[in-house]
Design a protein around this ligand. Structure first.
Ligand SMILES: NC(=O)c1ccc[n+]([C@@H]2O[C@H](COP(=O)([O-])OP(=O)(O)OC[C@H]3O[C@@H](n4cnc5c(N)ncnc54)[C@H](OP(=O)(O)O)[C@@H]3O)[C@@H](O)[C@H]2O)c1
Length: 253
C-alpha cells in the first residue's frame, strides 16, 4: 500500500512548468519522490522553480524550449534523457488560450493553439514512448478542459484543441497501454493561473463560474495534487484512456 503513490526512483518531465498548473505538478510529483525535469520558454522561471525545489531537497533540472517549434523536439528529448537516461512520467501541460471571438480567429492563432495544445503532446509522447517501453511502464498525463465538452465564449480554437485532447488521450491509451504505458487526461475546472487571469479579473464572472460548481467555489491549484500523483503512480496502473474532471462538480450540474 505504501508504494502505491510513491514516486521515488521515477523521473517526470513536465511541460508548462514555469507557471500555473505545470509548476504545481512539479511540486506535487517531487513531493511524492519523483525527480522532475521542467520545461518552458522562460528560463528565469525555470531556474527559480528548480532552485526552490533544490532548497526543499528535491531533484530537479530543466530544459528551456519553445514547443511551438516542433523541430526542437529531438533536442528536448535528448536533453531530458541526458539527466537521468529515462522519463517515466510525461505531463503534457503547456497550453495556450488566445480567447479570440469566432469572427476574429486568425489562421496563425488557430495553428498556434492546435499545435501547442494538441499536436505537441502527441509527438513529444511518441518520442518518449520507446524509452518508457524499455521498462514496460510509463504514465502520460494530458490536460483537457471543460471546453473538451462544453462551448465557452471565445473558445473556438481552444475548444477544438481540448476536444481533440480528450480523443487523443483515448487513442494514445489504445496504442500504448498494452506496453504498460497508460495515458489519461485531467480536465480542470477554473483555476487561477496566467491563462485564466482574464476570467479571474472579472469578479462577477468568476463568481458566476464558482456558483456553477457543486462545491461552490473555483479551484485552488493544490486541488490538482491528488489526481496528478494518482495518475503518475502505480495506484493508477489499471486506469487508462480516461478524462478525469477536477471541476468541483461543474460538469455534474
Ligand atoms: N487554469 C485553468 O483553469 C485551466 C483549466 C483547464 C485547462 N487548463 C490547461 O492547463 C494547462 C496549463 O495552463 P495554466 O492554466 O497553468 O496556464 P499558464 O499558467 O499560462 O501556463 C501555461 C504554460 O505553458 C507554457 N507555454 C506556453 N507556450 C509555450 C511554448 N510555445 N513552448 C513551451 N511552453 C509554452 C508556459 O510557459 P512559458 O511561457 O515559460 O513558455 C506556461 O508554463 C493548459 O493546457 C491549459 O489549457 C487550465
Amino acid at each position: 500500500m505504501t508504494t502505491l503513490f510513491n514516486l521515488a526512483g521515477k523521473v517526470a518531465l513536465i511541460t508548462g512548468a514555469t507557471s500555473g498548473i505545470g509548476t504545481q505538478q512539479a511540486y506535487a510529483l517531487s513531493a511524492a519522490g519523483a525527480a522532475v525535469v521542467l520545461l518552458g520558454r522562460r528560463e528565469d522561471r525555470l531556474h527559480k522553480v528548480c532552485e526552490d525545489l533544490h532548497q526543499l531537497g528535491r531533484e530537479a533540472s530543466y530544459v528551456q524550449a519553445d514547443l511551438i517549434n516542433e523541430s526542437e523536439l529531438d533536442r528536448v528529448v535528448q536533453q531530458c534523457l541526458s539527466f537521468h537516461y529515462k522519463v517515466d512520467i510525461l505531463c503534457n501541460t503547456a497550453g495556450v488560450n488566445l480567447r479570440q471571438h469566432a469572427d476574429d480567429v486568425s489562421v496563425e492563432g488557430w495553428d498556434q493553439t492546435l499545435a501547442l495544445n494538441l499536436k505537441i503532446p502527441f509527438f513529444l509522447a511518441q518520442k518518449l514512448v520507446p524509452n518508457m517501453r524499455e521498462r514496460g511502464w510509463g504514465k502520460i498525463i494530458n490536460v483537457a478542459s471543460l471546453q473538451s465538452e462544453r462551448a465557452f465564449a471565445n473558445g473556438i480554437a481552444y475548444g477544438a484543441s481540448k476536444g481533440g485532447v480528450s480523443q487523443l488521450t483515448r487513442a494514445m491509451a489504445e496504442a500504448w497501454s498494452v506496453d504498460g504505458i497508460n495515458c489519461n487526461a485531467i480536465a480542470p475546472g477554473f483555476f487561477p493561473t496566467e491563462l485564466t487571469q482574464a476570467v479571474f479579473d472579472q469578479e462577477e464572472l468568476s463568481g458566476k463560474l464558482a456558483e456553477q460548481t457543486a462545491i461552490g467555489r473555483n479551484g485552488e491549484l493544490s486541488d490538482l495534487d491528488g489526481v496528478c500523483v494518482f495518475l503518475a503512480s502505480h495506484a493508477s496502473d489499471y486506469v487508462t484512456g480516461q478524462v478525469i474532471y477536477i471541476d468541483g462538480g461543474f460538469t455534474a450540474k
